[in-house]
Design a protein around this ligand. Structure first.
Ligand code: SF4
Length: 310
């Protein structure tokens, strides 16, 4: 079956099942093209909690679909390929976090949203790459902070807030692949281009950048900046969205190696099968979901977005 036939079938089934498609910025272009909403993990989860649709097809990785399920437990959250995990989220387990908390009983746990539901359930507050600095500033009276799981995001936030963390040593393999020498090469080839990198990149890569921004931050920046050329240091899927939204501007990948294989597991075929079978479904136990909702809610309170999330 060719793509247009698959898309036709998907659209028909989607209407019949009254589903919506939430698609992460790192998905392949043809999946981005059928999105009802395209965005970052938390933005998509917030949309999930506001939608009237009973069925959500989450095209991203598992922790994102779990977060959607935590925020809207009454909805059916489907994920086209359950094997799409996040290597960084898998770098810390709930039992490892419990052991760390035991070692630092006075510390509060700040967990990046890129964590499993079980790990969130053991955390005090969450953050995203866009609001991590703001969340840490709000924790000014907290003496010790355990920051999990991304050591590079922790370093970036520490640098900006001058706070020291007990940081876990996780990292994102796709963002670590953005090497400083690749950025230097691209800067040399495109001397007029601005360099935007994600805070999950390593400190030497961030040092070479004009801006360190979340994916949504990059999308906003690309639209409003007078610059017509940009070198993008994040997962390759974002380039598709940037080029589509800014046809007059040119975007270069900082590195060809910044590809997350898990994000590429979702295909049009898998979306079609998922709608046909109404499976696989992502579920989080009621007990874990209740505990995991608390640190997400605290984060939303700090950034003043709770009203949008119900
Ligand atoms: S890009 Fe990195 S953080 Fe995002 S899902 Fe892939 S491994 Fe996880």
């Amino acid at each position: 079956m060719n793509n247009s036939k698959i898309i036709e079938k998907i659209k028909r089934l989607k209407t019949k099942k009254e589903a919506i498609f939430l698609v992460h910025n790192y998905q392949v272009g043809e999946v981005q093209d059928i999105a009802d909403y395209l965005g970052d993990s938390l933005g998509l989860s917030r949309i999930a909690s506001r939608t009237d649709a009973e069925v959500i097809v989450f095209c991203g990785v598992r922790f994102m679909a779990e977060t959607a399920s935590i925020l809207c437990p009454d909805k059916k959250v489907l994920m086209p390929d359950l094997d799409a995990g996040c290597p960084m989220a898998d770098m810390i387990t709930a039992s490892q976090l419990r052991a760390l908390k035991k070692k630092h009983p006075r510390a509060r746990v700040l967990s990046y949203v890129n964590t499993s539901a079980e790990v969130k359930a053991e955390s005090d507050i969450c953050c995203t790459s866009a609001n991590a600095v703001q969340i840490v500033e709000a924790l000014k009276d907290v003496e010790e902070i355990i920051f999990i799981p991304d050591k590079y995001l922790a370093h970036y936030v520490s640098d900006r807030t001058k706070r020291k963390f007990i940081a876990w040593s996780g990292y994102c393999p796709s963002h670590v692949a953005v090497l400083p020498e690749d950025i230097r090469k691209q800067k040399k080839a495109h001397p007029r281009a601005l360099v935007l990198v994600h805070p999950e990149c390593t400190p030497p890569a961030i040092q070479l950048a004009d801006e360190a921004l979340s994916t949504e931050g990059m999308c906003k920046y690309a639209k409003t900046s007078p610059a017509s050329e940009m070198i993008i240091g994040t997962e390759s899927g974002l380039l598709y969205r940037l080029r589509k939204e800014n046809p007059g501007k040119t975007f270069y990948p900082a590195s060809e190696k910044a590809v997350c294989p898990n994000m590429k597991l979702t295909t049009l075929e898998r979306i079609l099968w998922c709608l046909e079978d109404m499976a696989p479904e992502v579920t989080v136990s009621t007990e874990t979901a209740e505990k995991a909702r608390a640190p997400i809610t605290r984060m939303l309170e700090v950034v003043g977005e709770l009203g949008h999330n119900g």
